[in-house]
Design a protein around this ligand. Structure first.
Ligand code: GAL
Length: 992
C-alpha cells in the first residue's frame, strides 16, 4: 500500500513537499527531539524523552485505564470507579469523548448534567489520577456511529479525510471540546496530561493516508487551546499519524472471541525490535494507547464472564509483562471499566452491557484480575530504574546459554542504561498456550559478577501461563537487592525501616541476595513466624533461600533496617499500599480506598464484603484504627503490625417482587389500527439522498435522512391497490440482530425475528388477502435500529449505512404509491428529553408519548402484567412502580433479569425512571441480566419501571419472569449517590 510508507524515498520526498507547503511540517518530521525538556514551547509541565514521560520534571510510568464517562449516566458514581483505579495503582485514566451525543443537532451543543464531562474530570482530579483525553472526532468504541453524529450521514463525501464537508462538520466540535480540554489541562491546574488526536487512523478506504487531514486536525485542536503533548494510537505498528508528539499504538493480541476462554491464539507480541525495525520515526517513550484488558461481546456472544476469563489474571501476567519486556512506558488498558450501552449507545455489533470483562465489572464490583494487576502497577511505581531501561539484543542461542540449556523459555533482559545498571530478567514460556510448568536455572549478570541462580540445590519454576520478573542490582530504597528470583511487589520506608515485599506462588522456592555491611546485620536477623527460610552471609552478601508458604502465611526477615516480607501471590495482591506520610500497608480486605493519619488514629476508608481481619503496618504513632468512620478494636502485635477485625454490616433489604407489582398495560402499536392519524409524521418525500448508497426505489426511505438515528423506526406506506397484489417483499436494514414486523391495514403480515449476523434482510410475505382494485392499504413496518455502524476504515462512509427500507415491491400487481411516512423518536434531532439525552428514546408510540417517564397517569389503563403478555403480534407497554430503601453506606448493585425464554420471539426494553437501560432479544441473547446503577434506580424512594414487549409471532409473547436481584453486597462505596435527573412526564405538545 502506497500510503503506508513502505518506501522511505517516497516518505522523504513527501516530507520535503509538505515542508514547503506547510513549514510546520518540517518540525513535525524532524524527530531529533531534545530529551526531557519542553518540546512544544507552550508548556513545561509535561515533557518526554525516548524513555518516558516527565511530569514536572519527574519521570513516571503512565499506567492508565480506559473509562467512557458517557457509558455511566450517574455523575456521582464516577468517583467510585476512579478511586478503584487509584487503589489498583493506576495513575491515569483515559477517556473517549462522544461527539454524537453532545451535538446531536448540528450546531447545538448540549452539555446536560449527565453528559457534562466536567464532573468526571473533577472526580479524576479528586481521585488523584491524570487524564488522557481522546476526543476523536472519531472514536470507534463499539458505540453508535463510532461517535459520529447521526446528522453526519447527510454530509456528503468521505469521512476521516480532508473532505471539506467533513472538516467543516467537525470544526465546531473540535473548538468546543478542545476548549474543554484546554481548560482542564495540567497547565491550568486540571488533570489532563496528554491528548490523543483521531483514533486508529490506520486503514484507509481509498488506500491513502491523508496527511493534510492529520495536520489540519492537529492544528484545529491546537488552535482550540491544547498545549499538552499529543499522541496517536495506530492500530498496529504502521507508522501512521506521526505528526503527533508521541507515537502510540494498540494491541489486542487475543481478539474478541470469548467463547473458548481457555484458548490463547496468539503470543505476547515482542514490539521492541519491531519498533526499531519498522517505519516508526518518532522514538519517544514506547506508548500503547490501547492494550487489551477484556473484550467486547456481540449479540449471541459468550457473555462477559467468559471475556473476563479469556483476558484474566494469567493473560495479565504473560502479556503485560511482555509489554514491559518491550520497554513500554505509557500503557492504557482498554477497558478498565466498560459501563453500559444504555439508551441506544451501542453500535449494532454489541448489546446493552459493555462490561468488557474488565477489572471493574459493569456493576462496579471487582474481578480477580483487578488484584493481579495491582501487583504490577505497584511494582512499576517503585521501580524508577525500569523507566530508563532498554532490552538487550538476545539471540535464541544466547538465551539458551543464559538459561543453562532450557529451551522452552523466552528471556528478555532490560537494563537500566543509567545509574546502577539495574536489570530486569523477564521469563515466559515459549509455548505459552500450554499448561506445563518449567524448571530452570539462570545466569544473572550482577555487580558482583555473574551468578547462576539458585545457588541452592533446587530449581526455579516458571508456572504454566505465567511470566516472572527477576531483579538484578535493584535499589529498594536504601536496600541493594543484588538479585531476587521472587517478584517484588513494593518497598516502603516506615519510621526508618525499609519494608520490602517479595511474593510468589505457594511452595515455590526462591533465592534473594542483598548487600549488607557487616555483622550488625547478621545479629539482627530474626523471625517470629513459621520458618521456611535459611541464609548465609558471605563477604557482605546476605543470601536468603525461602519457600512461599501456603494458606496465606507470610514470613518476615529482618536485617539491619530492612524487613523482608515474603507473601504468597494471593496475600500480596490483597495488600494495599496507602500514601499516608509515612506510608501505610494494609494486608487484607476487598478494597481499601484511602487512609489518613490524625494524631494516633489511622482512618481507613474502604469496602468490605465479609468479616475481615486487617493487618496494618503504619507509623509507630498509630495506635487506633477507624474503618469508614467507625472505631475498631485495634491490637498491636510484637512485630510492629496492628491487627483489627472488622465485620461489615450488610443488612438484608426488602426487594420488591416484580411479578407481584401492580402492573398496568396499554397497547403501544395504535399505528396499525384503523383510522390512526399519521398526519403529524414526517413524509418520506425525498427522492435524493446524499448517501453514497442509493436506494433501489425512487423514494428515499432512510431514517437518518429524516433525522431519526436510533431506537425503533416506524414506516407507513399508503397505497391504492391496482387489484391482485398478493405478496409484499422488502429489503429492510437495521444493523446486526435487528428485526421487523409488518402489518397490512392492521392485519399482521409477518416478521423477521433477527439473527446474529444479518443487518439487512429481504423478506417475501403473502398478504393476508389479495388486494382489490381501488382499495386503500397501509403497510406498516416496525423495525429495530441497532445503532449506526462504526467507521473504522478512514476515508469511507460506513457509518452512513442506511437504516430503513432499501427496496420493496409487490407481486401480483403494482399498487399506486400515495406516500411513505415515518417516525422515530419524537422530535428527531430536536429531541424532547434533553435531560436523558438524544438516544434514550426510540419511535415506539409509548416512547413518543413519554409513557416510560415517572408520574405518567396510567390510572385509566387496564391491569396487566408482562407475564401475561399479549396474545398476538404487536407491542404492549407495561408500567409499575416500587419503592426501595437502601441505607447509606452500602453498595448493593442491582439488576433486572429476564429468565431464559426461548418460546416465541420477542424484543423487550427496560426503562427505569425514564432511562432505557436494557434491550433484550430473547431469541439471540446472550444478555438476560440488565444492571441498573444506583442513581438511575432511586435507592431511597419511588421507582417507575416500564417494559416494552414487541411480540413477533402469531401466538404473541409473554415474559416468563422478571426479577430485581442484588448482584453483590458491600459496605462502603462512595457515600451519597445523587440521582440523575429524572424529570416526570408532562404532556408532550405535538406528540402523535
Ligand atoms: C480498538 C478501538 C477501540 C475499540 C477497540 C475494541 O481498535 O480503537 O475504540 O473499538 O478496538 O473494543
Amino acid at each position: 500500500m502506497l500510503a503506508t510508507f513502505s518506501n522511505t524515498v517516497f516518505y522523504t520526498v513527501l516530507q520535503l513537499v509538505l515542508a514547503v507547503l506547510f513549514p510546520a511540517f518540517a518540525v513535525a518530521f524532524g524527530d531529533q527531539q531534545p530529551l526531557g525538556v519542553d518540546h512544544t514551547a507552550t508548556q513545561k509541565r509535561v515533557t518526554w524523552d525516548e524513555h518516558s514521560l516527565f511530569i514536572d520534571g519527574k519521570r513516571l510510568f503512565i499506567f492508565s485505564g480506559e473509562v467512557h464517562p458517557w457509558r455511566n449516566p450517574v455523575q456521582s458514581l464516577h468517583l467510585d470507579v476512579l478511586q478503584k483505579l487509584k487503589s489498583a495503582g493506576f495513575n491515569a485514566v483515559s477517556i473517549y469523548f462522544h461527539w454524537g451525543v453532545v451535538e446531536y443537532e448540528r450546531g447545538v451543543f448540549r452539555w446536560n448534567e449527565i453528559f457534562d464531562l466536567q464532573p468526571f474530570l473533577d472526580a479524576a482530579k479528586e481521585a488523584g489520577l491524570y487524564v488522557i483525553a481522546r476526543p476523536g472526532p472519531y472514536v470507534n468504541a463499539e458505540t453508535t456511529g463510532g461517535g459520529f453524529p447521526g446528522w453526519g450521514t447527510r454530509v456528503e463525501g468521505l469521512w476521516r479525510k480532508s473532505n471539506r464537508n467533513y472538516t467543516e462538520a467537525y470544526k465546531p466540535f473540535v473548538r468546543e471540546f478542545g476548549a474543554l480540554i484546554a481548560k482542564n489541562e495540567i497547565t491550568r491546574g486540571g488533570p489532563i496530561i496528554l491528548v490523543q488526536v483521531e483514533n486508529e487512523y490506520s486503514g484507509f478506504g481509498d488506500g491513502i493516508e491523508d496527511f493534510q487531514y492529520e495536520w489540519q486536525l492537529l492544528q484545529d485542536f491546537k488552535e482550540a487551546g491544547i498545549t499538552v503533548p499529543t499522541v496517536c494510537d495506530d492500530a498496529w505498528l504502521g507508522g501512521h499519524f506521526q505528526f503527533v508528539d508521541i507515537y502510540g499504538w494498540n494491541s489486542y493480541p487475543l481478539g474478541f472471541d470469548c467463547s473458548h476462554p481457555e484458548i490463547w491464539h496468539s503470543a505476547p507480541p515482542d514490539y521492541f525490535y519491531n519498533l526499531y525495525n519498522s517505519r516508526i520515526r518518532k522514538h519517544g517513550p514506547k506508548s500503547i494507547l490501547e492494550l487489551q484488558a477484556g473484550g467486547f461481546d456481540g449479540w449471541g456472544g459468550a457473555g462477559y464472564d467468559a471475556c473476563g476469563k479469556l483476558i484474566g489474571p494469567e493473560f495479565e501476567r504473560v502479556f503485560y509483562k511482555g509489554m514491559y519486556g518491550s520497554a513500554v512506558k505509557i500503557m492504557n488498558l482498554y477497558m478498565a471499566f466498560g459501563g453500559t450501552n444504555w439508551g441506544q449507545l451501542a453500535e449494532p455489533g454489541v448489546y446493552t452491557s459493555y462490561d468488557y470483562g474488565s477489572i471493574i465489572r459493569e456493576d462496579r464490583r471487582l474481578r480477580d484480575k483487578y488484584y493481579e494487576l495491582k501487583l504490577q502497577t505497584q511494582f512499576l511505581a517503585v521501580s524508577p530504574a525500569y523507566l530508563t531501561s532498554t532490552p538487550w539484543q538476545l539471540t535464541e542461542s544466547k538465551q539458551i546459554e543464559i538459561l543453562k540449556g532450557t529451551r522452552n523459555i523466552v528471556l528478555t533482559v532490560l537494563e537500566d542504561t543509567l545509574d546502577l545498571h539495574t536489570k530486569f530478567y523477564i521469563v515466559r514460556h515459549k509455548y505459552f498456550t500450554k499448561f506445563d510448568s518449567i524448571n530452570y536455572r539462570i545466569e544473572l549478570q550482577t555487580s558482583i559478577g555473574s551468578i547462576t541462580v539458585p545457588k541452592a540445590d533446587h530449581l526455579l519454576e516458571l508456572q504454566a501461563r505465567d511470566s516472572n520478573i527477576l531483579l538484578v542490582d535493584y535499589l529498594a530504597g536504601k536496600t541493594h537487592i543484588i538479585y531476587s528470583t521472587a517478584e517484588l511487589y513494593t518497598w516502603k520506608e516506615i519510621d526508618g525501616i525499609n519494608y520490602i515485599i517479595l511474593y510468589g506462588d505457594p511452595n515455590e522456592k526462591h533465592e534473594a541476595a542483598f548487600k549488607i555491611s557487616g555483622l550488625k546485620d547478621f545479629s539482627s536477623l530474626n523471625t517470629d513466624e513459621e520458618v521456611e527460610w535459611t541464609y548465609q552471609i558471605d563477604d557482605a552478601v546476605l543470601t536468603i533461600n525461602f519457600s512461599i508458604l501456603e494458606d496465606g502465611d507470610s514470613q518476615s526477615i529482618k536485617f539491619g533496617n530492612t524487613v523482608l516480607l515474603i507473601f504468597c501471590r494471593e496475600v500480596a495482591s490483597k495488600t494495599w499500599i496507602l500514601d499516608t506520610e509515612p506510608p501505610a500497608i494494609v494486608k487484607g480486605g476487598y478494597l481499601i480506598r484511602s487512609a489518613s493519619i490524625e494524631g494516633s488514629n489511622l482512618h481507613l476508608k474502604g469496602d468490605l464484603t465479609q468479616a475481615t481481619r486487617l493487618h496494618i503496618l503504619a507509623a509507630k504513632s498509630v495506635k487506633q484504627v477507624t474503618f469508614n468512620g467507625k472505631s475498631v478494636d485495634t491490637q498491636p502485635a510484637t512485630d510492629g503490625w496492628l491487627y483489627v477485625m472488622y465485620t461489615p454490616e450488610l443488612p438484608d433489604i426488602e426487594l420488591p417482587e416484580l411479578l407481584k407489582l401492580n402492573w398496568k398495560r396499554a397497547d403501544s402499536l395504535p399505528e396499525i389500527s384503523e383510522g390512526y392519524d399519521d398526519s403529524k409524521w414526517v413524509t418520506a418525500s425525498n427522492t435524493y439522498t446524499p448517501n453514497r448508497e442509493k436506494p433501489a426505489v425512487k423514494e428515499v426511505l432512510y431514517a437518518s435522512d429524516y433525522g431519526f438515528h436510533s431506537g425503533n423506526i416506524l414506516w407507513r406506506g399508503h397505497f391504492t391497490a391496482s387489484g391482485g397484489e398478493d405478496e409484499f417483499w422488502a429489503v429492510v436494514q437495521g444493523g446486526q440482530a435487528f428485526g421487523y414486523s409488518i402489518w397490512d391495514n392492521g392485519v399482521y403480515v409477518g416478521s423477521w425475528e433477527g439473527d446474529v449476523t444479518t443487518g439487512r434482510h429481504r423478506c417475501n410475505f403473502k398478504l393476508p388477502k389479495p388486494w382489490k382494485d381501488g382499495e386503500e392499504h397501509i403497510i406498516t413496518v416496525l423495525q429495530d435500529h441497532m445503532g449506526l455502524e462504526e467507521n473504522w476504515t478512514a476515508a469511507t462512509e460506513h457509518f452512513k449505512a442506511p437504516r430503513g427500507i432499501f427496496d420493496y415491491g409487490f407481486k401480483g400487481a403494482k399498487p399506486k404509491l400515495v406516500d411513505w411516512k415515518l417516525t422515530g423518536n419524537l422530535g428527531g434531532e430536536k429531541y424532547l428529553d434533553v435531560e436523558r439525552g438524544p438516544l434514550n428514546e426510540g419511535g415506539l408510540y409509548a416512547e413518543r408519548q413519554g409513557w416510560h417517564l415517572p408520574d405518567f397517569d396510567d390510572s385509566e389503563w387496564e391491569a396487566g402484567s408482562p407475564l401475561d403478555g399479549v396474545k398476538k403480534p404487536g407491542v404492549a407497554f407495561y408500567r409499575a412502580t416500587f419503592d426501595l430503601d437502601v441505607p447509606l453506606g452500602l453498595d448493593y448493585p442491582m439488576a433486572i433479569e429476564y429468565s431464559n425464554s426461548t418460546g416465541s420471539y420477542y424484543r423487550s426494553q427496560i426503562y427505569v425512571n425514564g432511562y432505557q437501560f436494557g434491550k433484550y432479544v430473547n431469541s439471540i441473547g446472550p444478555q438476560k441480566s440488565f444492571f441498573i446503577p444506583q442513581g438511575i434506580l432511586n435507592y431511597n424512594g419511588k421507582n417507575t419501571l416500564a417494559i416494552s414487549l414487541w411480540a413477533m409471532q402469531n401466538e404473541g409473547a409473554h415474559l416468563k419472569s422478571l426479577d430485581l436481584r442484588i448482584l453483590g453486597k458491600v459496605e462502603g462505596g462512595v457515600g451519597h449517590v445523587k440521582n440523575s435527573p429524572a424529570p416526570a412526564w408532562s404532556k408532550r405538545k405535538n406528540a402523535y
